[in-house]
Design a protein around this ligand. Structure first.
Ligand SMILES: C[S@@+](CC[C@H](N)C(=O)[O-])C[C@H]1O[C@@H](n2cnc3c(N)ncnc32)[C@H](O)[C@@H]1O
Length: 336
């Protein structure tokens, strides 16, 4: 699975590092987390974990859709609640160093917006429809509780959202005993105009950063962040443009995050070789950012067409890295 042609030189160079990294996770190509993926275990579990009105929908079996063992990348087509239950059973003390979650914002309720000068629906898909305040909160608690269980003791989680969801996420985090570290304001320099002219343009999103619990000693690459900020302490206000065409060549995702935004999150809160999780992987932006920076990553996504898009994007990154590594070894061989 996930084999790329001509992989040998880079593969050899990575073997030593991979051996060191794998010591805490006995991975196997088909089931890296050694969790039960039998349908009779998965389906009842998925049904019970979901809020009541969501239990009628399609039941998803857990499926490892794509992986590259050498690079340490695994993409699952699954309900993240099911996946996280399985991981927690197998790894009760936690296994992930960092989680980035971009959950449903519950804003697909028939509204309109403006895109490229045209009036468009804001609806993103069924997965983004609101089920009412209580049930949305129940869902947020359900996945956040599971994320907390699978974080290592010093691990951290980042969750993005707009006002539709972020207050519920923050409240659920407080209820669950996370330690809130920062709330980042992501500023979009080019927001769509507000068609009704009755509100300010929606130009920001919030990203909450929290540690597993009050006693966690979280990782923060202070120096790197200071360097990026021009030798000043970095503020919690970050400006990034939405993803451009180059990030959408394998198809669009309606709520795709810019790679640069997630790259900063990865850099700030992980070290090389750390294991990152994205439970709502979408088009795989977290996997792309993590793979580019030599972090291992697990993405979980319900929709098969988004998983396929994520796999295509990640393969592209690995190929580019491979070409770079091969070019470097050739130059070293020639003594250039
Ligand atoms: C806000 S989008 C994430 C977009 C992603 N950050 C990107 O850059 O492409 C949320 C994604 O979560 C998926 N999703 C919704 N509920 C899910 C669940 N219970 N388990 C796994 N994925 C889910 C949706 O299909 C959607 O693609």
């Amino acid at each position: 699975m996930g084999q790329l042609s001509g992989q040998k030189p880079a593969k050899r160079a990575r073997v030593g590092r991979r051996r060191a990294l794998d010591k805490d996770i006995p991975v196997s190509p088909e089931n890296p987390f050694d969790i039960s993926m039998a349908p009779e275990v998965i389906v009842p579990c998925a049904r019970d974990a979901l809020p009541k009105t969501r239990r009628k929908g399609k039941q998803r079996a857990l499926k490892l859709a794509w992986s590259d063992q050498d690079a340490g990348i695994w993409l699952y087509e699954a309900n993240c609640l099911t996946f996280l239950d399985r991981v927690a059973e197998r790894w009760p003390d936690g296994v992930f160093d960092m989680i980035f979650a971009d959950p449903p914002y519950f804003l697909s309720n028939g509204g309109i917006s403006c895109h490229a000068g045209r009036m468009v629906s804001v609806d993103k898909g069924d997965w983004d429809k609101s089920r009412g305040i209580e049930e949305n909160h129940e869902f947020n608690r359900a996945w956040l509780e599971r994320c907390q269980r699978v974080l290592k003791p010093n691990g951290t989680i980042w969750v993005s959202g707009t006002a539709h969801v972020i207050h519920s996420v923050g409240f659920a985090m407080q209820q669950l005993g996370f330690k809130l570290l920062n709330d980042i304001t992501w500023v979009k320099p080019n927001p769509p105009p507000n068609l009704s002219c009755r509100y300010f343009t929606h130009a920001t999103e919030t990203i909450i950063w929290a540690a597993k619990h009050a006693k966690s000693k979280h990782h923060f690459d202070y120096r790197r962040m200071k360097k990026i900020a021009g030798d000043k302490q970095m503020k919690s206000v970050w400006e990034f443009r939405p993803p451009g065409r180059a990030e959408k060549i394998y198809g669009k995702h309606p709520t795709q995050k810019p790679e640069a935004l997630i790259a900063r999150i990865v850099e700030a809160s992980t070290s090389k070789g750390d294991l990152v999780l994205d439970p709502f992987a979408g088009s795989g932006t977290t996997a792309v950012a993590a793979a580019r920076q030599d972090r291992r990553v697990v993405g979980v996504e319900l929709e098969p067409h988004f998983v396929a898009r994520a796999a295509a994007r990640v393969k592209d990154v690995l190929l580019t890295k491979l070409q770079r590594d091969t070019g470097r070894s050739a130059r070293q061989g020639r003594g250039d």
